[in-house]
Write a protein that binds this ligand. Sequence first.
Ligand SMILES: Nc1nc2c(ncn2[C@@H]2O[C@H](COP(=O)(O)OP(=O)(O)OP(=O)(O)O)[C@@H](O)[C@H]2O)c(=O)[nH]1
Ligand SMILES: [Mg+2]
Length: 454
Amino acid sequence: MTTPQDLARDYSAGHSTEAVLFGVVAHGEQRTAAEALHELQLLATTADYVVAGCMVQHRRHPDPQTYLGAGKLAELAEVVKLARSGAVICDDSLTPNQAKKIEAAVGVPVLDRSELILQIFSMHARTPQARLQVELAALQYEMPRLRRKWTHLERQRGGIGVRGGAGEKQIDVDRHMLRERISSVAREIKRIEQHKVREVASRPDLFTVALVGYTNAGKSSLMNRLCDAGVLAENKLFSTLDTRTRPWRLPGGRTILLTDTVGFIKKLPHELVASFHATLEEALAADLLLVLVDGSSPDAAEQLTTVNEVLESLDAADIARITVLNKLDLIEDRTKLAELWQKDAQAVAISVQSGEGLDALNSAIQERLSDVENRCALMVPHTAGGLLAHIREKATVISEFYTQQGCLIEVQASPALLGRLLSEGARYAEAEDLPEGVKGIEIPDDEPPSGQQR
Ligand SMILES: Nc1nc2c(ncn2[C@@H]2O[C@H](COP(=O)(O)OP(=O)(O)OP(=O)(O)O)[C@@H](O)[C@H]2O)c(=O)[nH]1
Ligand SMILES: [Mg+2]
């Protein structure tokens, strides 16, 4: 008997199947087919296909019925035959009808970009939440394609006709089964998400920086370098599907949080965006975004544009951000970064591998911290001495001075943290707190930052 898992989960990887890749590119495109389909090749090899050839057609738009024009489709069938390949993979999403027609012409299974990305997500999902999110996206992707699946199965079994055949009744049964499974998976995801929301809410009120960016840009590698996090980083697309948060001790002793999450890619299947929305939202509940780009990629500028578009679609366009151009060690001619500097003149260039630029990244983060935080002098009485460890961990300490009453401490901290410290026994320092002759501690005599009572 067919189960919903059978229907949605034939997203097993390519198992070294040889595949011919194809796509449509604009007239005037100068790059070779292999160059134009470079990203699709990375996706295909990550999903364990062997690329047997690449073919592109220059057209204004894909054909609504067959994606490629009739002549090019015949050429694709010829290449498939010659290369004896077992599948073809399209660089775009195909409608169920287009996929069916291409399959009839080439005689081997057709995958589109969405299906390939779903396969990779399915291969890389490790936590129960990621597994369910991929399953939900796969079920939703499958729903409008059931008819093709059954036509295909019947042909394999030597069945005749589609209308009124066994497949037609089976489609209704399957559709019902898929719907039930979709609701049950969605319910389970909701339950996990609610648990996560509580977990995030209970997190200590540390400044949080999220790593976002195109897949394979080096987000997890940077997190490993900065936090000794031991997360998986490899030269594959979508190695990370889960959000992980780790403490990061800045030089000077203060701790902030760093969050790593799933990467973006152009033409990400909308089922996956919807399904991973909560994971991304968790990452985007950050005070600052580090938008990582692989500066050595010939498509770096386009990738940065895609990332900015995705961030906008996730309502994250207003979060403070630093653009970080990574893999500097691979760039021989650094004038090639000019286009990226043009997009963001404040971008910081680094190499996670060699460590170059990490100091500059640190300074840029400290600068952003000082933009959103307040600087002031506090008096922490000896009776509230327990607060000092808390302050040293969560705020930037500029200076400390012990007096008879307590510790006079100059800090830069978020308004929320200041509010808490004041409610737990600290107070704003006054000029009289400073013993005579002591210099170097600045006690502002103007009004304290808005919302705070002196
Ligand atoms: N040469 C070089 N390689 C780097 C650098 N940073 C990361 N890499 C490599 O780039 C590949 C991808 O790195 P990851 O850290 O997995 O990238 P990611 O952004 O987390 O990717 P996903 O999780 O797949 O979205 C790995 O093979 C890293 O070793 C760098 O500065 N220089
Ligand atoms: Mg990663």
